[in-house]
Design a protein around this ligand. Structure first.
Ligand code: FMN
Length: 290
Protein backbone atom coordinates (compact mmCIF):
# COMPACT_ATOMS: atom_id res chain seq x y z
CA UNK A 1 0.00 0.00 0.00
CA UNK A 2 1.27 3.51 -0.88
CA UNK A 3 2.73 5.37 2.13
CA UNK A 4 0.48 8.16 3.29
CA UNK A 5 1.50 11.68 4.35
CA UNK A 6 1.26 12.52 8.07
CA UNK A 7 -2.24 12.99 9.49
CA UNK A 8 -1.94 16.74 9.98
CA UNK A 9 -1.21 17.18 6.26
CA UNK A 10 -4.17 15.02 5.25
CA UNK A 11 -6.49 16.78 7.66
CA UNK A 12 -5.49 20.19 6.32
CA UNK A 13 -5.77 19.03 2.72
CA UNK A 14 -9.24 17.49 3.03
CA UNK A 15 -12.20 19.69 2.10
CA UNK A 16 -15.69 18.62 1.13
CA UNK A 17 -15.82 18.16 -2.62
CA UNK A 18 -19.23 18.39 -4.29
CA UNK A 19 -18.12 18.60 -7.96
CA UNK A 20 -16.38 15.59 -9.50
CA UNK A 21 -15.24 14.78 -13.04
CA UNK A 22 -17.45 11.69 -13.34
CA UNK A 23 -14.46 9.50 -14.40
CA UNK A 24 -14.40 6.02 -12.90
CA UNK A 25 -11.56 5.23 -10.50
CA UNK A 26 -8.48 3.65 -12.08
CA UNK A 27 -7.84 0.03 -11.14
CA UNK A 28 -5.01 0.82 -8.67
CA UNK A 29 -7.01 3.49 -6.85
CA UNK A 30 -10.08 1.30 -6.70
CA UNK A 31 -8.03 -1.56 -5.27
CA UNK A 32 -6.36 0.70 -2.70
CA UNK A 33 -9.73 2.04 -1.56
CA UNK A 34 -11.31 -1.43 -1.52
CA UNK A 35 -8.55 -2.65 0.77
CA UNK A 36 -8.91 0.24 3.23
CA UNK A 37 -12.69 0.05 3.28
CA UNK A 38 -12.82 -3.68 3.85
CA UNK A 39 -10.31 -3.64 6.73
CA UNK A 40 -12.26 -1.13 8.89
CA UNK A 41 -14.12 -2.54 11.89
CA UNK A 42 -14.91 -3.32 14.63
CA UNK A 43 -15.18 0.22 16.00
CA UNK A 44 -13.02 1.96 18.58
CA UNK A 45 -15.63 1.20 21.27
CA UNK A 46 -16.39 -2.25 19.88
CA UNK A 47 -19.37 -1.44 17.63
CA UNK A 48 -20.11 -3.87 14.89
CA UNK A 49 -19.55 -1.95 11.67
CA UNK A 50 -18.61 -2.60 8.10
CA UNK A 51 -17.98 -0.53 4.97
CA UNK A 52 -18.20 -1.01 1.23
CA UNK A 53 -17.03 0.92 -1.81
CA UNK A 54 -19.90 1.09 -4.29
CA UNK A 55 -19.67 2.33 -7.86
CA UNK A 56 -22.12 5.18 -8.46
CA UNK A 57 -25.14 4.36 -10.60
CA UNK A 58 -26.68 7.03 -12.87
CA UNK A 59 -29.52 8.00 -10.51
CA UNK A 60 -27.64 7.83 -7.21
CA UNK A 61 -26.89 11.53 -6.88
CA UNK A 62 -30.48 12.47 -7.77
CA UNK A 63 -31.79 10.09 -5.13
CA UNK A 64 -29.72 11.89 -2.47
CA UNK A 65 -32.10 14.84 -2.71
CA UNK A 66 -34.92 12.91 -1.05
CA UNK A 67 -32.81 11.66 1.83
CA UNK A 68 -32.21 14.84 3.85
CA UNK A 69 -28.70 15.56 2.59
CA UNK A 70 -27.81 19.11 1.55
CA UNK A 71 -25.40 20.54 -1.05
CA UNK A 72 -26.08 18.23 -3.98
CA UNK A 73 -23.22 16.22 -5.38
CA UNK A 74 -22.28 16.17 -9.07
CA UNK A 75 -20.28 13.52 -10.90
CA UNK A 76 -19.10 11.30 -7.99
CA UNK A 77 -17.88 7.98 -9.36
CA UNK A 78 -18.31 6.02 -6.13
CA UNK A 79 -19.76 6.10 -2.64
CA UNK A 80 -18.32 4.79 0.60
CA UNK A 81 -21.23 3.20 2.40
CA UNK A 82 -21.21 1.78 5.91
CA UNK A 83 -23.63 -0.13 8.10
CA UNK A 84 -23.54 -0.25 11.88
CA UNK A 85 -25.41 -2.34 14.43
CA UNK A 86 -26.99 -0.73 17.51
CA UNK A 87 -24.68 -0.07 20.47
CA UNK A 88 -24.06 2.79 22.86
CA UNK A 89 -21.22 4.40 20.91
CA UNK A 90 -22.13 3.19 17.42
CA UNK A 91 -22.37 6.63 15.79
CA UNK A 92 -19.09 7.81 17.34
CA UNK A 93 -17.45 4.60 16.10
CA UNK A 94 -18.96 5.14 12.66
CA UNK A 95 -17.59 8.69 12.47
CA UNK A 96 -14.12 7.56 13.55
CA UNK A 97 -13.90 4.72 11.03
CA UNK A 98 -15.41 6.59 8.08
CA UNK A 99 -13.14 9.59 8.66
CA UNK A 100 -10.09 7.31 8.64
CA UNK A 101 -11.21 6.01 5.25
CA UNK A 102 -11.87 9.55 4.00
CA UNK A 103 -8.39 10.71 5.04
CA UNK A 104 -6.89 7.74 3.24
CA UNK A 105 -8.78 8.75 0.09
CA UNK A 106 -7.44 12.29 0.56
CA UNK A 107 -3.92 10.84 0.64
CA UNK A 108 -4.62 9.14 -2.69
CA UNK A 109 -5.55 12.53 -4.17
CA UNK A 110 -9.29 11.82 -4.31
CA UNK A 111 -12.15 14.13 -3.40
CA UNK A 112 -14.72 13.18 -0.76
CA UNK A 113 -17.82 14.58 0.89
CA UNK A 114 -19.57 13.34 4.02
CA UNK A 115 -23.34 13.05 3.49
CA UNK A 116 -25.62 12.65 6.49
CA UNK A 117 -29.09 11.43 5.52
CA UNK A 118 -31.86 8.92 6.12
CA UNK A 119 -30.27 6.14 4.13
CA UNK A 120 -31.78 3.13 5.91
CA UNK A 121 -34.31 2.28 3.24
CA UNK A 122 -32.47 3.82 0.31
CA UNK A 123 -30.60 2.36 -2.66
CA UNK A 124 -27.41 3.02 -0.63
CA UNK A 125 -28.61 0.61 2.07
CA UNK A 126 -29.39 -1.95 -0.64
CA UNK A 127 -25.86 -1.67 -2.03
CA UNK A 128 -24.43 -2.77 1.33
CA UNK A 129 -27.20 -5.33 1.96
CA UNK A 130 -28.15 -3.53 5.16
CA UNK A 131 -29.54 -6.08 7.63
CA UNK A 132 -32.74 -5.39 9.62
CA UNK A 133 -30.83 -4.50 12.80
CA UNK A 134 -28.27 -2.29 11.02
CA UNK A 135 -28.38 1.42 10.19
CA UNK A 136 -26.66 3.51 7.52
CA UNK A 137 -26.18 6.86 9.32
CA UNK A 138 -24.15 8.61 6.60
CA UNK A 139 -22.26 7.88 3.39
CA UNK A 140 -19.41 9.64 1.59
CA UNK A 141 -19.17 10.65 -2.05
CA UNK A 142 -15.86 9.78 -3.68
CA UNK A 143 -14.18 10.57 -6.98
CA UNK A 144 -11.76 12.69 -8.94
CA UNK A 145 -12.21 16.35 -8.08
CA UNK A 146 -13.41 18.60 -10.90
CA UNK A 147 -10.90 21.35 -11.69
CA UNK A 148 -13.36 24.12 -11.13
CA UNK A 149 -15.95 24.23 -8.39
CA UNK A 150 -19.47 24.82 -9.64
CA UNK A 151 -21.12 28.05 -8.51
CA UNK A 152 -23.51 25.82 -6.56
CA UNK A 153 -20.65 24.16 -4.71
CA UNK A 154 -19.27 27.56 -3.77
CA UNK A 155 -22.70 28.65 -2.55
CA UNK A 156 -23.06 25.59 -0.29
CA UNK A 157 -19.62 26.27 1.18
CA UNK A 158 -20.63 29.87 1.79
CA UNK A 159 -23.92 28.95 3.47
CA UNK A 160 -22.30 26.29 5.67
CA UNK A 161 -19.42 28.79 6.28
CA UNK A 162 -17.22 25.80 5.47
CA UNK A 163 -13.91 27.63 5.49
CA UNK A 164 -14.64 29.05 8.92
CA UNK A 165 -13.66 27.29 12.10
CA UNK A 166 -14.17 28.44 15.68
CA UNK A 167 -11.09 29.75 17.49
CA UNK A 168 -9.00 27.35 19.61
CA UNK A 169 -10.02 29.13 22.81
CA UNK A 170 -13.75 28.71 22.04
CA UNK A 171 -13.41 24.94 21.84
CA UNK A 172 -10.75 23.87 24.32
CA UNK A 173 -10.64 24.56 28.05
CA UNK A 174 -8.40 24.07 31.05
CA UNK A 175 -9.93 21.88 33.81
CA UNK A 176 -13.45 23.30 33.32
CA UNK A 177 -15.67 25.06 30.80
CA UNK A 178 -15.20 28.83 30.74
CA UNK A 179 -11.40 28.64 31.22
CA UNK A 180 -10.05 28.95 27.65
CA UNK A 181 -6.91 27.09 26.71
CA UNK A 182 -4.41 28.70 24.33
CA UNK A 183 -2.26 26.62 21.92
CA UNK A 184 0.98 27.73 23.62
CA UNK A 185 -0.25 26.20 26.90
CA UNK A 186 -0.73 22.76 25.40
CA UNK A 187 2.79 21.52 24.71
CA UNK A 188 2.78 18.56 22.29
CA UNK A 189 -1.04 18.47 22.34
CA UNK A 190 -1.43 21.80 20.51
CA UNK A 191 -1.31 20.06 17.11
CA UNK A 192 -3.72 17.17 17.92
CA UNK A 193 -6.18 19.70 19.38
CA UNK A 194 -5.86 21.91 16.33
CA UNK A 195 -6.58 18.86 14.16
CA UNK A 196 -9.86 18.40 16.05
CA UNK A 197 -10.64 22.06 15.39
CA UNK A 198 -10.12 21.67 11.62
CA UNK A 199 -12.35 18.60 11.31
CA UNK A 200 -15.48 18.39 9.19
CA UNK A 201 -18.82 18.45 11.00
CA UNK A 202 -22.46 18.27 9.98
CA UNK A 203 -23.50 21.75 8.73
CA UNK A 204 -20.09 22.90 10.03
CA UNK A 205 -21.56 23.30 13.53
CA UNK A 206 -18.26 22.24 15.22
CA UNK A 207 -19.94 20.83 18.33
CA UNK A 208 -16.79 19.34 19.88
CA UNK A 209 -15.47 20.73 23.17
CA UNK A 210 -12.43 19.42 25.02
CA UNK A 211 -11.47 19.93 28.66
CA UNK A 212 -7.85 19.32 29.62
CA UNK A 213 -7.74 17.53 32.95
CA UNK A 214 -5.59 18.60 35.94
CA UNK A 215 -3.30 15.85 34.59
CA UNK A 216 -2.11 17.67 31.42
CA UNK A 217 -1.90 14.38 29.48
CA UNK A 218 -5.62 13.68 29.87
CA UNK A 219 -8.39 15.23 27.72
CA UNK A 220 -12.16 14.91 28.08
CA UNK A 221 -14.32 15.23 24.95
CA UNK A 222 -17.83 16.71 25.17
CA UNK A 223 -20.61 17.21 22.64
CA UNK A 224 -22.14 20.67 22.87
CA UNK A 225 -25.29 20.18 20.84
CA UNK A 226 -26.66 22.73 18.41
CA UNK A 227 -30.11 23.73 19.65
CA UNK A 228 -32.89 21.67 17.99
CA UNK A 229 -30.49 20.33 15.29
CA UNK A 230 -31.11 16.66 15.99
CA UNK A 231 -34.82 17.11 16.78
CA UNK A 232 -35.52 19.06 13.56
CA UNK A 233 -33.46 16.76 11.34
CA UNK A 234 -35.14 13.69 12.82
CA UNK A 235 -38.63 15.13 12.47
CA UNK A 236 -38.17 16.49 8.94
CA UNK A 237 -35.85 13.91 7.38
CA UNK A 238 -35.64 10.93 9.76
CA UNK A 239 -31.94 11.61 10.33
CA UNK A 240 -29.98 9.92 13.10
CA UNK A 241 -28.08 11.90 15.73
CA UNK A 242 -25.32 12.97 13.34
CA UNK A 243 -23.56 15.30 15.76
CA UNK A 244 -22.41 12.10 17.47
CA UNK A 245 -20.67 11.23 14.19
CA UNK A 246 -18.81 14.55 14.50
CA UNK A 247 -17.49 13.30 17.86
CA UNK A 248 -16.03 10.20 16.20
CA UNK A 249 -14.34 12.40 13.60
CA UNK A 250 -12.80 14.49 16.39
CA UNK A 251 -11.48 11.36 18.15
CA UNK A 252 -10.03 10.10 14.88
CA UNK A 253 -8.15 13.35 14.20
CA UNK A 254 -6.81 13.56 17.75
CA UNK A 255 -5.70 9.93 17.72
CA UNK A 256 -4.02 10.08 14.32
CA UNK A 257 -2.14 13.29 15.15
CA UNK A 258 -0.96 11.81 18.49
CA UNK A 259 0.17 8.61 16.78
CA UNK A 260 2.19 10.59 14.23
CA UNK A 261 3.85 12.53 17.06
CA UNK A 262 4.51 9.31 19.05
CA UNK A 263 2.35 10.53 21.94
CA UNK A 264 1.05 7.38 23.66
CA UNK A 265 -2.58 7.16 24.74
CA UNK A 266 -6.05 6.03 23.75
CA UNK A 267 -9.75 6.97 24.00
CA UNK A 268 -11.75 5.35 26.77
CA UNK A 269 -14.78 6.05 28.95
CA UNK A 270 -13.73 7.72 32.19
CA UNK A 271 -16.00 10.72 32.86
CA UNK A 272 -14.67 13.55 35.06
CA UNK A 273 -16.74 14.79 37.97
CA UNK A 274 -17.62 18.23 39.31
CA UNK A 275 -17.51 20.18 36.03
CA UNK A 276 -19.77 23.14 35.21
CA UNK A 277 -21.33 21.77 32.02
CA UNK A 278 -23.07 24.18 29.64
CA UNK A 279 -26.75 23.30 29.18
CA UNK A 280 -26.46 21.33 25.96
CA UNK A 281 -23.09 19.69 26.67
CA UNK A 282 -22.71 15.98 27.38
CA UNK A 283 -19.71 13.75 28.05
CA UNK A 284 -18.38 11.57 25.20
CA UNK A 285 -14.97 10.08 26.04
CA UNK A 286 -11.55 10.62 27.61
CA UNK A 287 -8.09 10.43 26.03
CA UNK A 288 -5.23 9.38 28.26
CA UNK A 289 -2.68 6.69 29.00
CA UNK A 290 -3.93 3.36 27.65
C1 FMN B 1 -21.75 13.93 9.69
C2 FMN B 1 -21.65 14.90 8.54
C3 FMN B 1 -22.71 15.04 7.65
C4 FMN B 1 -22.60 15.91 6.55
N1 FMN B 1 -23.63 16.01 5.67
C5 FMN B 1 -23.49 16.75 4.54
C6 FMN B 1 -24.52 16.77 3.55
O1 FMN B 1 -25.56 16.15 3.70
N2 FMN B 1 -24.30 17.49 2.42
C7 FMN B 1 -23.14 18.20 2.21
O2 FMN B 1 -23.00 18.80 1.16
N3 FMN B 1 -22.14 18.23 3.17
C8 FMN B 1 -22.29 17.51 4.30
N4 FMN B 1 -21.30 17.50 5.24
C9 FMN B 1 -20.08 18.29 5.03
C10 FMN B 1 -20.03 19.56 5.89
O3 FMN B 1 -20.94 20.53 5.40
C11 FMN B 1 -18.61 20.10 5.89
O4 FMN B 1 -17.75 19.14 6.47
C12 FMN B 1 -18.44 21.40 6.65
O5 FMN B 1 -19.21 22.43 6.04
C13 FMN B 1 -16.96 21.86 6.68
O6 FMN B 1 -16.46 22.02 5.39
P1 FMN B 1 -15.22 21.18 4.85
O7 FMN B 1 -15.60 19.72 4.94
O8 FMN B 1 -15.04 21.63 3.42
O9 FMN B 1 -14.04 21.49 5.71
C14 FMN B 1 -21.41 16.67 6.35
C15 FMN B 1 -20.35 16.53 7.27
C16 FMN B 1 -20.44 15.65 8.34
C17 FMN B 1 -19.28 15.48 9.26
Amino acid sequence: MMTQPPAHELIQKRVSCRSYTGETLEHGLREAMDTVVSTEGPGLFGSNLRFKLATAAPNDTDSLKGLGTYGFIKGASAFIIGAVAPSEKNLEDYGYAMEKIILHATGLGLGTCWLGGSFDRSRFAQKINCKPDERVPAVAALGHKADKRRLFDKTVRLIARSTKRKAFQELFFDRDFGRPLAPDQCGPFALPLDMVRLGPSASNKQPWRIIRDADPNVFHLFLERTKNYYENNRRMFGLMDIQRIDMGIAMCHFDMACKDADIPGAWKIDPPTGLNLPRRASYVSTWGAA
